[in-house]
Ligand binder design. Structure first.
Ligand code: PAF
Length: 277
């Protein structure tokens, strides 16, 4: 496995490759990331993973400084998984000058995650576009756990005519159902035991809607109250149309329930697909 930290060296190395599949990450890798790598390996002989904690997508009040940086462990995991190239630039490599050209995401960026994380999607989309330009992959793999991000990436590729295919990887869960996330390592032992309640709340909504309950607002409100009464601070629980993330009317069938909530000082997000036929 090649570990490359600067753009000219990466470009030179990748010149010889005809099909590249790309997995962008912020490091602190877990089985969720490795499952994306495995999807990438089905698509190309050369898999590039990037590790870059992107300051641009963190608000000043967020956890940029505390975000777990575990490069040595990440390299081992990627090497064992058979990744060909790790691109691990430093901040000056990606932002040699202040990034003044920013990618403006659609209005939906003010809803769901965007309502609670100001500037988040501008930062994500800007760095993803830069990484696409640097790596120039034919395929890129993103996890469904960050579903709004995945939808924006798909839409950016479509609207900006980028010559690559986006593949979506399923959320990987711990045996009790908690979605794997780098931020799970912030949870205390007690919080870790409680954290599964978010998945259970979403599973209840899924069950109710799939059983024919069309009172979406009430289902979300019940889930929110259940979490709040167990010490959570809920940012949102929302039922949306799966393909557009627009509000779901009563007749909608391909749905998604999405949530973000705080357990102590840790913000967890999760989502589930719902087939309401
Ligand atoms: O999902 C992530 O880890 C990040 O948002 C991404 C796509 C690597 C951009 O920094």
């Amino acid at each position: 496995m090649e570990i490359i930290t600067d753009i000219p060296a990466l470009r030179l190395y990748l010149k010889r490759e005809s099909v590249i599949a790309f997995v962008p990450t912020m490091g602190n890798l877990h089985e969720g990331h490795l499952s994306l790598v495995r999807l990438a390996q089905q698509k190309a002989d050369c898999v590039v993973a990037s590790i870059f904690v992107n300051r641009l997508q963190f608000a000043p009040t967020e956890d940029f400084d505390q975000y777990p940086r575990t490069l040595a462990d990440d390299y081992k995991l990627l090497e064992n998984q058979g990744v060909n190239v790790v691109f691990a630039p430093d901040e000056k490599g990606i932002y040699p000058v202040p990034q003044e050209f920013l990618l403006e995401p659609p209005l939906l960026a003010n809803e769901l995650e965007g309502e609670f994380r100001s500037g988040f999607f501008r930062g994500v989309m800007t760095v993803v576009l830069k990484l696409f330009n640097i790596v120039q992959p034919q395929v890129a793999v993103f996890g469904k756990k960050d579903y709004q991000q995945l939808q924006f990436v798909r839409e950016m590729v479509r609207q900006l005519n980028l010559p690559l295919e986006i593949i979506a990887g399923d959320t990987v869960r711990a045996p009790d159902g908690l979605a794997l996330s780098s931020r799970n390592r912030y949870l205390s032992g007690e919080e870790r035991a409680e954290a599964v309640r978010l998945y259970r709340a979403l599973s209840n909504i899924k069950q109710e809607v799939e059983a024919g309950n069309r009172n979406f607002q009430q289902s979300c409100k019940n889930a929110q109250e259940n979490l709040a009464s167990n010490g959570w601070r809920v940012d949102y629980i929302a039922l949306r149309q799966r393909d557009t993330l627009a509000s779901a009317g009563e007749g909608a069938s391909d749905l998604m329930v999405l949530a973000a909530a705080w357990l102590g000082r840790t913000r967890l997000i999760d989502n589930l697909e719902i087939d309401a036929r």
